[in-house]
Design a protein around this ligand. Structure first.
Ligand SMILES: NC(=O)c1ccc[n+]([C@@H]2O[C@H](COP(=O)([O-])OP(=O)(O)OC[C@H]3O[C@@H](n4cnc5c(N)ncnc54)[C@H](O)[C@@H]3O)[C@@H](O)[C@H]2O)c1
Length: 304
């Protein structure tokens, strides 16, 4: 039985990745310090859980030594753009130094492949829409920069030490178990307010567009990229469609029966107007394809 280590396995995306590997009969190990994750996301499942901080080199080494995972799915990270601006050093410790810890151990224990969670934030203001993997990267936040730096370290470990990798750059992920405080939590923020019949605020005119991808399509991409014969590539993970925040609100309103109108508040400074990721490279090189349109994903999510 093959073994997968999921860092950040008690988090939003990580717990869905765990579900996907369990479905395919893998032995699943989750390492998480629960800083933003929630043990309820994995409780009662056949997962070996380690409550460790991946910045702790010794504990992490003990885990690798004892478990020798075949694959590492690395999701544990500082995930908030605004927090990265407030505490640049912490963001770098989490997203760069801790990643190097993981890479050292992948090298030492001959891990077959590491799959890394990167982000659309590496593109900054897109050179073209939709963004393609070969486009210019110019992050606007310490978070985008630390993820991009992480990508470069991974490629360096591949060139110097033969560590195999797949880098996945996610668009805006949404779905069950997402906290309303995440990096791109607009769907979960709206959902929270809908459930409580609270007021919903849209930033700016609401005509800014985003590419929303359902978390099960993201966990599918992680599973496929770990287990299929593909390595040392970078892929966008998205639905390659865009929707305005206003239309998103109206769609969620329609499916949930929420009756209020949205209020508008000041636009966020430096907010990117349009963001969409081209997913053709992933479609061409692997068996992955998105199984959820935004409508299907929202319906499933709002039903929960
Ligand atoms: N949600 C999105 O839209 C989105 C978009 C692009 C990229 N990502 C990336 O996907 C990954 C998962 O994000 P998420 O949305 O599931 O967020 P999340 O906060 O739910 O998951 C992150 C997990 O990592 C854990 N963690 C953080 N620091 C740790 C440490 N030092 N040691 C051990 N565990 C630690 C947290 O407790 C949490 O469970 C992150 O790398 C994030 O940057 C997310």
């Amino acid at each position: 039985m093959k073994k997968v280590l999921i860092t950040g396995g008690a988090g939003f995306i990580g717990s869905h990745v765990a579900d996907r590997f369990l479905l395919n009969n893998y032995e699943v190990i989750a390492a998480d310090n629960l800083v933003t994750g929630n043990i309820d996301n994995i409780n009662g499942k056949n997962i070996k859980f380690f409550n460790i901080d991946i910045r702790d080199r010794e504990k992490l080494e003990e885990l690798f030594k004892n478990e020798k995972p075949d694959y590492v799915i690395h999701l544990a990270a500082q995930v908030s753009v605004s927090s990265s601006v407030e505490d640049v050093l912490y963001d770098a410790e989490e997203n760069i130094t801790a990643l190097i810890n993981i890479l050292e151990l992948c090298k030492k224990y001959n891990t077959e492949k590491i799959v890394f969670s990167s982000t659309a934030a590496v593109y900054g203001i897109p050179e073209e829409v939709p963004s393609r993997e070969a486009n210019k990267t110019a992050p606007l936040s310490p978070y985008g920069l630390s993820k991009l730096t992480g990508e470069e370290y991974i490629k360096m470990y591949s060139r110097l030490f033969g560590v195999n990798y797949v880098i996945l750059r996610y668009a805006n992920v949404y779905g069950p178990r997402q906290s309303a405080h995440g990096e791109a939590g607009v769907v979960s923020i709206f959902n929270d307010k809908i459930k409580a019949n609270g007021d919903i605020f849209i930033e700016g005119d609401g005509l800014q567009t985003r590419d929303f991808v359902y978390v099960k399509d993201v966990s599918g991409a992680n599973y496929i990229c770990a287990t299929e014969d593909i390595k040392n590539e970078t892929f966008n993970v998205s639905t390659n469609t865009d929707i305005s925040i206003l239309k998103l609100f109206n769609t969620m309103k329609k499916y949930s029966g929420y009756e209020k109108d949205a209020f508008h508040k000041e636009a966020r400074k430096g907010d990117i107007r349009n963001s969409r990721l081209d997913n053709n490279k992933l479609l061409k090189n692997t068996s992955w394809k998105p199984e959820y349109t935004l409508d299907q994903g929202l319906k499933e999510y709002l039903d929960k």
